[in-house]
Ligand binder design. Structure first.
Ligand code: G6P
Length: 613
């Protein structure tokens, strides 16, 4: 949800900012812009609607040199995505330049106040109000840049990650955070500011994370860290865990394709060192301090958004089936606003790739307010949810750049499986033989997943057949119902084909009316307790001439009789089957979208990390 980058040091900042913007573009790509100051305190401001790649050649990288600069990629909230509303924004007297991620909720009140002081505005953004407020406070407080920023932030309600330049104080960038992530890399005589580590990693691995309610004054070789309430802070530098090649495409056409294909390796990172394959015993070190609370929980509430919510639905099946603990799954955005009943003996599980999703974060805080125990299943190390939960376990999917989540989903499933196994063993709700079987199958899982990656050309062929479809239906039951939902979400996100996921048996209560010879229906029909019922549902679609694509296990000799196309998957333990079944669905949507010429890594209107409500 908007990416922020900044540079102060000895090097020319523009190429560094542009490279950073490209890396942060997954956070939003409605427009991009930079503001750079040179040694003669001249400013170059460039901003334009469009993706960085589209406008890159117009950015004056070779014409202007300055050692201090800020940049922004936008996911529009206030004001349409045009050149004028692009960041950086400047104030009326053009002394300040600001990039902002978040929403200033009381911008109208501030605008009124500033307007009465003679300020005029040229954009539809809340950010322009904030930069003018800084200018106003600067004048009022003896031209002190730091005081102006700090006092302005005390006046605003809402969320922000900001980076600000002042042409009368050009040796500094001031950054601040409340609700939108911000960090900076500390290099040799230089500092690189970014919304996440991806824009920093090429320059240094040493970073400082800014916390909510804090700001920092960054000089080339000095950092001052304070709270908005003016208290000093000392924070140790931390080391980023991953390498540059993890955020590169490494020869793949798209990040999404790379991320699908690397799943057999990546999923091992989720369970490595946490499971004994021979017995199925699981140890999740990060949960030690809340283990008793987990084991004594009267109820689990899983709350998340998007793909992570689908993972949560699979989690519900698993936790109830194997641990016999009542489990509810809630959209985080609904949970927080409907005055939910949360008890102290509830464990609220937050599933989030980014660890920054505003609604999930708010749901977590709501749960804490009511005294429930919070447990995070998060990917991004050091993210806000990861830091604020009572305890958690990282899913270790590594950086996920493709906007449509793939490997994070399968790693979220794996984390939920490990959690289920740990609880079920401790509570004695699973017998040792069953646990052993799951352990043995987890050991085999990467090989089975790899078999599917090797079949990608076949999935591509099927995708070609369906690339012109107008609608798709995805149906599954039990553990495979959320898999159907996720399959449909993947397709609509990146190909813009309307797709719906449904419990297979519910089809007859509505979606069946849509079925004719033009409607492809994907059945997730791997063998489990509901298999025969799913076959009956397939028959119902066949009778109405729908086109049937089935996901079926390799040992299923009958399924071809019922299907137009069969996508075969290896059989595994039922708890692991959703991981395996998801892979052909990811390929199907990827290849359909690319066949339609869609930009799969940057689908329209979406953003990877949704840090606004
Ligand atoms: C956005 C992303 C989805 C993601 C969802 C939740 O909509 O495009 O891929 O599933 O946010 O994000 P989180 O980071 O909390 O998992």
């Amino acid at each position: 949800m908007c990416g922020i980058v900044g540079y102060i040091g000895k090097r020319n900042s523009l190429p560094i900012l542009v490279d950073g913007l490209k890396r942060l573009e997954y956070r939003g790509y409605d427009s991009a812009g930079v503001a750079v100051i040179n040694s003669a305190t001249e400013v170059k401001l460039f901003k334009k609607a469009g993706k960085v790649k589209e406008i890159e050649t117009q950015i004056p990288v070779n014409e202007f040199e300055g050692n201090v600069g800020i940049g922004h990629t936008r996911w529009a909230t206030h004001g349409e995505p045009n050149d004028n509303n692009a960041h950086p924004h400047t104030c009326m007297n053009e002394k300040f330049y600001l990039v902002h991620n978040g929403i200033i909720e009381n911008y109208k009140t501030i605008k009124k106040k500033l307007a009465s002081e003679g300020y005029v505005f040229h954009t539809d953004t809340d950010t322009e109000i904030l930069v003018n407020l800084i200018a106003f406070n600067y004048k009022k407080h003896k031209n002190n840049f730091e005081v102006a920023v700090r006092l302005s932030l005390c006046e605003v309600d809402g969320t922000y990650g900001i980076a600000c330049l002042c042409i009368e104080d050009p040796g500094k960038i001031i950054v601040a955070r409340k609700g939108s992530p911000l960090m900076f890399g500390v290099g040799q005589d230089e500092i690189i500011v970014s919304s996440d580590a991806s824009a920093i990693i090429a320059h240094t691995k040493n970073v400082i994370y800014l916390e909510d309610g804090e700001y920092a004054v960054l000089r080339r070789n000095g950092i001052k860290l304070k709270t908005i309430d003016d208290e000093d802070i000392h924070r140790e530098v931390q080391e980023i865990e991953y390498d540059l090649d993890m955020i590169e495409k490494s020869g793949y056409d798209h990040f999404m394709l790379k991320e699908i294909c690397e799943q057999p390796d990546i999923v091992q990172n989720t369970y490595r060192g946490r499971i004994k394959f021979e017995t199925g015993e699981v140890k999740l070190g990060g949960l030690t301090n809340i283990k008793e609370k987990i084991l004594n929980a009267k109820r689990f509430i899983i709350t998340a958004c998007g793909t992570a919510w689908h993972a949560g639905l699979v989690g519900e099946y698993m936790l109830e089936q194997y641990c016999r603990i009542p489990t509810e799954v809630e959209y985080a955005s609904e949970f927080r606003y409907r005055n939910p009943i949360i008890r102290q003996d509830d464990v609220v599980i937050l599933v989030s790739q980014s660890g920054e999703t505003a609604d999930t974060l708010a749901a977590m805080r709501e749960a804490k307010k009511h005294g429930a125990t919070t447990l995070g299943l998060v990917n991004v190390v050091g993210s806000t949810i990861a830091r604020e939960v009572d305890a958690g376990t990282y899913i270790h999917a590594g950086p996920e750049i493709g906007v449509a989540s793939t490997k994070a989903f399968t790693c979220q499933l794996m984390s939920l499986i490990l959690l289920t196994m740990m609880i079920a063993k401790e509570k004695g709700t699973i017998d040792d033989e069953e646990l052993k079987k799951i352990g043995a199958e987890i050991e085999l899982l990467p090989y089975k997943m790899k078999q599917l990656i090797d079949k990608k050309d076949y999935f591509k062929y099927i995708a070609e057949e369906f690339k012109d479809a107008k609608n798709f239906l995805y149906l599954g039951r039990g553990l495979n119902f959320p898999v159907a939902l996720e399959g449909a979400l993947k397709l609509k996100e990146i190909s813009y084909i309307h797709a719906e996921g449904y419990p297979a048996a519910e089809m007859k209560h509505g979606p069946i009316a849509l079925i004719d010879e033009n409607m492809p229906v994907v059945f997730i029909a791997t063998k489990d307790g509901t298999y025969d019922k799913v076959i009956s549902n397939i028959e119902e679609v066949r009778a109405r001439k729908g086109k049937i694509i089935t996901i079926a296990t390799e040992d299923d000799d009958n399924i071809a009789d019922y299907s137009d196309y069969v996508l075969r998957v290896p059989k595994t333990h039922e708890i692991l089957q959703p991981i395996v079944n998801s892979i052909p669905l990811q390929f199907l949507s990827y290849y359909i979208a690319t066949a339609r010429g869609c930009n799969v890594d940057q689908p329209r209107n979406l953003a990877k990390s949704v840090t606004v409500e």
